[in-house]
Design a protein around this ligand. Structure first.
Ligand code: GRG
Length: 296
């Protein structure tokens, strides 16, 4: 029987949103405005891809979603921090995100900056609190994975090279670096974090790393393609912004058709890496295919 990905994603998305609702600071608590700004962006409609990957990686190893829920929420907090900061006037200066006005448009630049900062800190608070009593060496390794994926050697590093590349011709190697770091690192980090929290063996972790790296690349190529051919109403933000900002993208360097082929190639690589896993990895398999077939 075919795996029901939409049903799977819906259930995991609801679980993650319920957990976020509980774990995020409440608006009635001081500082009210900051907490409101945090909840505004985190609870806005998103795909919850990164937390779902944390859960799916743990499930592939026979563990329950509940065990990794705080880590799943932490990855979403870091992702939303990056979205809020990326939208700021000093970066992309965007007005819409997730179908709503961006955080700084509603709460002002200073509050948006601080909401992002607070989310980054909250992510590590959630993991370190370890409410599910996971062995401490797994928790420390997970903190290391998430920190590395977020910082200079990961997302922030990719963002810097992306900024520096705007308006310039970039080599294939630089484009690959940008995609692997800016977007791929946090996606890979989500898979790795779920696997480590679930007690993956070394061979299991290695295989899941290959999977995570490949879907991370496929995801950003698909994102580049959607910026050219996507539907604004579905995506919740304007399309064509990469071209307008003269950004380094796959369609720009390789054209649409070759970019699609490359995205599919990375998905095939990801699927091959899951060879040794049984049915428990079906959600990971289905997510890999969804990443290049999605329309938002
Ligand atoms: C500013 C620290 C800092 C980092 C910025 C990831 C990033 C680096 C910026 C986000 C901007 C962006 C559009 C990146 C490209 C791909 C991407 C991460 C898209 C948004 O992720 P989705 O599609 O969004 O998973 P939802 O809203 O569904 O969670």
């Amino acid at each position: 029987m075919e795996f029901d990905l939409q049903g799977y994603l819906k259930v995991r998305r609801t679980m993650v949103e319920d957990a976020l609702n509980t774990l995020l600071p409440v608006e009635s608590e001081r500082p009210q405005k900051l907490n409101e700004a945090i909840r505004y962006s985190v609870l806005a409609p998103g795909k919850r891809l990164r937390p779902t990957l944390v859960i799916a990686a743990a499930e592939a190893l026979g563990k329950a979603a509940e065990m990794v829920m705080p880590v799943a929420c932490a990855l979403e907090c870091i992702h939303v921090f990056s979205l809020i900061h990326d939208d700021l006037p000093c970066m992309d200066n965007d007005d819409y995100r997730r179908g709503r006005l961006t955080n700084h448009k509603v709460y002002g630049e200073a509050m948006a900056l601080l909401a992002g900062d607070a989310l980054l800190a909250l992510a590590f608070e959630l993991v370190a609190a370890n409410p599910c009593s996971v062995p401490l060496d797994c928790v420390v390794r997970t903190i290391h994975i998430i920190a590395r994926a977020s910082g200079t050697r990961g997302m922030v590093g990719g963002q810097v090279v992306d900024m520096e590349s705007q308006g310039r011709e970039v080599s294939e190697e630089t484009l690959f670096y940008i995609h692997e770091h800016k977007t791929g690192a946090l996606i890979l980090g989500s898979v790795e974090a779920g696997a480590v929290m679930a007690g993956a063996s070394q061979p299991e972790l290695e295989a899941l790393r290959v999977y995570g790296r490949q879907i991370g690349l496929a995801f950003q190529i698909a994102d580049d393609i959607l910026d050219v051919v996507g539907d604004e109403a579905r995506i919740g933000k304007p399309v064509g912004s990469d071209q307008e900002r003269d950004k380094a993208t796959y369609p720009r360097l390789f054209g649409l058709e070759k970019s699609r082929e490359m995205a599919h190639f990375h998905v095939q690589q990801a699927l091959s890496a899951l060879g040794p896993f049984g049915q428990g990895a079906d959600p990971l398999r289905a997510i890999a295919s969804y990443i290049v077939e999605r329309d938002l």
